[in-house]
Design a protein around this ligand. Structure first.
Ligand SMILES: [Zn+2]
Length: 265
């Protein structure tokens, strides 16, 4: 396949080495836009955070940006039969802290119970406060086409949290902050209606990301039937094949980002 037909095969998807802050508006704006943005991932469970969003976070850090992972729960109900649920939750917390240290990302833990993450104003306000504290330019979270209720609720919580965070008249302990971009992660449990439009080159951080994922018993196949390691390591190879990178992560941009405001084509 030549370069032109390869580009046609990828279609209109963006192929990037990091997610930039915003669209360029001027020459100085172009330089600003080229700088990797500050990114926040919000995950229902730590495994979702590391396996589906961790490589993109690590890549932003690698390129000079900053990254934070917000975990709504510890994913403790994924415990294998021989480990008590609360003990497994602490194992998940420890794995996440080790992974974050290795990848140079910050972590936030909210204390919702796994399987009981509520979609309500209080949960959206907690994530709003995290957004106002960490000031991300870009937010990545679950797509809503999921069989898992925690994932669907996380999606809705984050949408509302971004709205609340940017609302200047909503008084919280920190000032309003508007995140300019939102993307959804490529998660085997959230595949209903997921359409890729953005590819990120993660090859520079691929090996480190695999090491970070390996802190989780779940990644190593010790908690259930699903082969997380095989699935997500292979997925990054497959996404790399179609985007022209060795390893890549695919994302779906929020529909608001597909609207272009132009004076001519
Ligand atoms: Zn999950």
């Amino acid at each position: 396949m030549n370069r032109r037909s390869f580009a046609q095969a990828v279609g209109s998807a963006a192929v990037l080495s990091a997610l930039s802050k915003r669209s360029p508006r001027s020459e100085s704006g172009e330089a600003e836009a080229a700088r990797p943005g500050r990114i926040m991932a919000v995950a229902a469970h730590p495994g979702d955070g590391l396996f589906t969003m961790g490589a993109v976070l690590a890549q932003q850090v690698e390129r000079g940006g900053a990254a934070v992972l917000v975990n709504l729960s510890l994913g403790e109900r994924g415990a294998p039969k021989d480990i008590p649920v609360n003990e497994y939750g602490e194992m998940q917390r420890t794995a996440t802290e080790k992974a974050a240290r290795l990848l140079g990302i910050d972590t936030v833990f909210l204390d919702y119970r796994d399987g009981e993450i509520p979609f309500k104003e209080e949960s959206a306000l907690q994530v709003c406060d995290a957004i106002r504290e960490h000031k991300p330019d870009i937010v990545v979270t679950h797509w809503n086409g999921s069989w898992h209720k925690d994932h669907r609720n996380c999606h809705r919580i984050v949408r509302d949290a971004i709205f609340f965070a940017g609302l200047g008249t909503l008084k919280r302990s920190r000032a309003a902050h508007s995140a300019s971009k939102i993307f959804y992660a490529d998660n085997w449990e959230d595949a209903n209606g997921f359409v890729v439009d953005t590819y990120i080159d993660i090859d520079p951080v691929y090996e480190k990301w695999l090491q970070a994922c390996d802190f989780y018993p779940m990644w190593r196949g010790q908690t259930g039937f699903f082969r997380y390691n095989d699935y997500y390591s292979s997925l990054s190879v497959m996404r790399g094949c179609v985007s022209g990178f060795k390893h890549a992560v695919a994302l779906m941009a929020d529909e608001s980002q597909r609207i272009q405001r132009l004076q001519f084509l």
